[in-house]
Design a protein around this ligand. Structure first.
Ligand SMILES: [Zn+2]
Length: 190
């Protein structure tokens, strides 16, 4: 039931588009997900934070950490639902770090929160920063699992797992069918 609810909210807000898209990787796909379009509405953001907090496989959490920019809004909402603080990891000359005086106390139990997990790369970056700051990562979660959830080495929860077909341009059946290619970036929704 929660899964139908999240699909409806993603669709209503234009956060999940169906069609023929050029991804930033250069590949083509039949679906496009941009959680920021869901999270721009505080009501949806709070709802998603509460649902993720309910679904967590681990309940004892001291702190939430997210990757900037995509994870900040949902990280804050999950932290609010759990009643714990939230910090975010950002890039400094390409290296993920804690800035702004954010700190982790040794042994703090940390939940890593993302909007979308695609390859698991940014989740892993946050995990590494948390570990090197002395924290203990206990679980990870995301609104949308695009397949990266399996690559996370910690208990993981997502509101929905979305299968998104991805094609090389020369092998794309949507191109062969003559469907016009949409470049989400050109409409500034990337
Ligand atoms: Zn195509």
């Amino acid at each position: 039931m929660a899964e139908q609810d999240i699909i409806q909210r993603l669709t209503e807000t234009g956060a999940m588009l169906e069609g023929h898209f050029l991804l930033s990787s250069g590949l083509h796909s039949n679906r496009y997900v941009q959680c920021a379009r869901l999270l721009q509405f505080p009501e949806h953001a709070t709802w998603a934070g509460e649902k993720l907090a309910e679904k967590l496989p681990v309940k004892a959490i001291d702190l939430v950490a997210s990757p900037a920019i995509g994870g900040i809004v949902i990280g804050q909402e999950v932290a609010k639902a759990l009643g714990v603080p939230h910090i975010f990891v950002e890039k400094e000359e390409g290296t993920p770090v804690l800035r702004r005086g954010f700190a982790i106390e040794p042994g703090q139990r940390v939940l890593v929160v993302e909007d979308v997990v695609t390859t698991g790369k940014s989740t892993k970056e946050v995990i590494d920063v948390v570990k090197s700051a002395g924290g203990e990562v206990v679980a990870c979660c995301a609104i949308v699992d695009r397949g990266g959830g399996d690559k996370v080495d910690f208990p993981f929860a997502a509101l929905i797992k979305l299968e998104i077909a991805v094609y090389k341009p020369e092998e794309c059946p949507l191109c062969k069918a003559g469907l016009p290619l949409d470049k989400p970036g050109s409409r500034k929704i990337l």
